[in-house]
Design a protein around this ligand. Structure first.
Ligand code: SF4
Length: 227
């Protein structure tokens, strides 16, 4: 069985999980729902690195409280240690605090909103602690730029669907998804988000529940031990 078309995967996942998801399930969406600007939302995305969105949400709320609603002046005045202590629940707090400090010192709202997306991507990637996934989430969710962020759930589900090979390079996956869906920002956003939901709820790392999966009849289940 070959890999199913991504439009069909998207259609079925939308039907199963609905759209839009609850904001608290995705910290970046929660940040937008709280009315945070681009820098605040970017900080929220940094908080999600290597943790689940529940912990990232708690860290975001605490940082929000202590910094007068993520006021840039307040964040610039806070020490690394203070920020690290406040966001401790999200893990890797010292590295994340360094990244947050670098972001508030090097970027302003206007640049994040208006700079050419490709140029901005390169500038953001030069900040320690900012990788392609963080940049892609920001560009897609805040700038509405048609790109495709790949997290561990997206990678796992796309591998099992036979759409990519195990261990495929990040950039190659992004290119393949965009090639198939086109530069359709809404479809890319929905597929990214719904693959994460699917990976959390059904196509889990251990013991995926293929028996109750809406993709079961079109999924080659690559690498899944069904015994
Ligand atoms: S059929 Fe199984 S392996 Fe394929 S997407 Fe569904 S849960 Fe994942």
């Amino acid at each position: 069985m070959g890999a199913p078309r991504l439009r069909e995967v998207l259609r079925r996942l939308e039907k199963t999980y609905g759209w839009p998801p609850e904001a608290r399930e995705f910290t970046a969406m929660l940040a937008k729902a709280k009315g945070l600007g681009p820098l605040g939302t970017l900080i929220a995305i940094v908080l999600t690195q290597n943790t689940n969105d529940r912990n990232a949400n708690v860290a975001l709320e605490r940082l929000y409280e202590i910094s007068d609603g993520l006021s840039m002046e307040r964040l610039r005045a806070m020490s690394l240690e203070e920020i690290a202590e406040v966001i401790r629940v999200s893990g890797m707090q010292r590295q994340k605090a360094r990244t947050i400090k670098a972001l508030v010192e090097r970027f302003d709202e206007a640049t994040l909103l208006n700079e050419d997306p490709e140029v901005l991507a390169q500038e953001l990637l030069s900040v320690p602690g900012i990788g392609p996934k963080t940049v892609d989430v920001f560009l897609l969710m805040v700038r509405g730029y048609p790109t495709f962020p790949i997290d561990t759930h997206c990678r796992r589900v796309l591998t099992r669907l036979g759409f990519i090979r195990r261990g495929e390079r990040y950039e190659a996956i992004r290119e393949a998804v965009i090639k198939e869906l086109g530069r359709d920002r809404e479809a890319l956003l929905r597929l990214h988000t719904l693959l994460i939901t699917h990976g959390r709820r059904v196509c889990t790392a251990r013991r995926p529940r293929c028996g109750e999966c809406p993709l079961s009849d079109i999924c080659p289940k690559v690498g899944v031990d069904e015994g």
